[in-house]
Design a protein around this ligand. Sequence first.
Ligand code: AOF
Ligand code: ZN
Length: 367
Amino acid sequence: MEGSVEYMKLAFRAARRGAGKTSPNPMVGAAIVRDGRVLGSGWHRGCGGLHAEAEAVRAARAAGEATAGADLYCTLEPCCWSGPDKKQPPCTGLIVECGIRRVFVANLDPHPKVSGRGVEALRAAGIAVEAGLRADEGEELNRGFFAYQRTGLPFVHVKIAQTLDGRIAAESGDARWITDERARREVHRLRAFYDAVLVGRGTILADDPELTVRLVRGRNPFRAVLDSRLSLPDSARVLNDGGRDKTILLCAADACGERIQALRLRGVRVMPVEGGLREALAALGGLGIRSVLVEGGSRVFSSFVREGLWDRLSVFVAPVVLGGGVGAVSGFSPQRVADGMRLKDVRIRRLGDQAVIEGERDVYGHS
Ligand code: AOF
Ligand code: ZN
């Protein structure tokens, strides 16, 4: 059985329209095709809403198309269960009812209630199923959802903007701007995709950033700040602007109760965390956050690196030399080069006169 890559690509294009809006659910797209014609397509628009398959069926019906005998292209394995926490009926039932003849799936759903059972249910109903078509595209698109299903932690992408000699700020703390607007637009694009951005208290003190999406179109992510003693100044932008309900302060479990109350009254979220960075990430997961973009500063970078709590690293390198200043990563200093943190699957892109070097954590290596 041969599935068409083109129709799966179309399903992925649909899926991406849910970017930034579906967590804790994955982004999913679906297309119903017969005799070289797309009868209907759809995507999962947000948690609680219709599943992509049901959206595609609805679109086909609205266009007056009968679905019997058609093929379904689906970026994720259709769900096959119901329960008290399940908001939508199983898609497998709908697919059978619609008389779909063949189903092409990119990724199996790692959810413990599915993981292959959706495919089995369809086959048991006499439907031909092929899984794995453009699976890599799905792995990349839903890296947050997949990471969380596999590890219980969100996908962590560390982003560093630095000089040629590895500085993220001058001695004075000034960091505006090491990279140009083109690079910053790229960062805003990432923010629109990730569920949360995360910075340390030091970055708020140094830059007072907004951490919103302004240079591209897209929704604002949650803004998580590691502030163990809740000692950010009241004047910080993230505590005052219109988006402060999306500010999450991660503090120590024994942080001052009165301060927590006062911040919550302002409309800011405060999450006392028992434990360290891993527990802080797990707490974000509890809010439905499946992917986190770590934006600084050097102490935060080194904590993530030291604890191996990251999945992807992107370094934006600008053609500037500072000679001194704040190093990109501090507090992580192995004696031997061989113990350094080395990336795998490295990609190098050019952005004007800047380079973006990006790679994944080598889970079997030293890092
Ligand atoms: C699908 N199609 O479009 C999506 C799926 O609470 P519910 O009913 O919305 O179910 C959420 C779970 O369903 C989610 O954890 C994931 O396993 C799967 N997502 N499945 O067949 C979709 N979004
Ligand atoms: Zn479903």
